[in-house]
Design a protein around this ligand. Structure first.
Ligand code: NI
Length: 179
């Protein structure tokens, strides 16, 4: 088990399209997921993608099953490991909300996302995951899957008047974590 350094925006490894995982239930995959979980828990993240710790695999984790102190108003999301994920919007409705990213510390921005999605993938053992999600849950999945195609949330910000430093935008949140 190890807490890894989270790569920050500007690192070219965050801009790659990640490779599909080709074998499930392997020692390497279990170790990766354990390290990602420990790293995410250490910083109270809502999600983490393998490229953020420099691993070029299509693996994301998100959720905790309880309220996240960095997002106190968001409903809990089931604790999930998703390998080789895909998703699609269920309709054309977008929603806007604030996002942060562990690879973009200290900043938040308003990002448009699809409100309702279906996402699919596999867990570490290779069991199929197939869910419908909406709101913050759908947002987190879209954000994490973006990491697997080299996209960070600032690339999706449309209105830069709603992009800035967390401690300026939300004085209360900065006391919890520096993103
Ligand atoms: Ni992120």
């Amino acid at each position: 088990m190890a807490i890894h350094t989270i790569l920050k925006m500007g690192d070219a490894r965050l801009l790659r399209s990640a490779q599909a995982v080709t074998a499930f239930d392997t020692l390497a995959l279990h170790e990766l997921v354990r390290d990602m979980q420990e790293t995410m828990d250490h910083v109270n993240g809502a999600g983490l993608a393998a490229p953020q710790i420099g691993v070029d695999w299509q693996v994301v984790i998100f959720g905790s099953g309880q309220v996240n102190p960095r997002y106190p108003d968001a409903p809990p999301i089931p604790k999930t490991v998703l390998v080789n994920p895909t998703w699609s919007a269920l309709d054309a409705q977008e929603s806007e909300d604030w996002e942060g990213c562990l690879s973009v510390p200290g900043l938040r921005g308003v990002v448009p996302r699809w409100q309702r999605i279906r996402y699919q993938g596999w867990d570490v053992q290779g069991n199929v995951i197939d869910r419908v999600a909406e709101g913050f849950h759908a947002r987190v999945v879209q954000h994490e899957c973006d990491h697997l195609i080299g996209t960070l949330y600032p690339m999706r910000v449309r209105d830069f008047s709603r992009f800035g430093y967390t401690d300026v935008l939300f004085p209360g949140i900065s006391a919890v974590e520096d993103d």
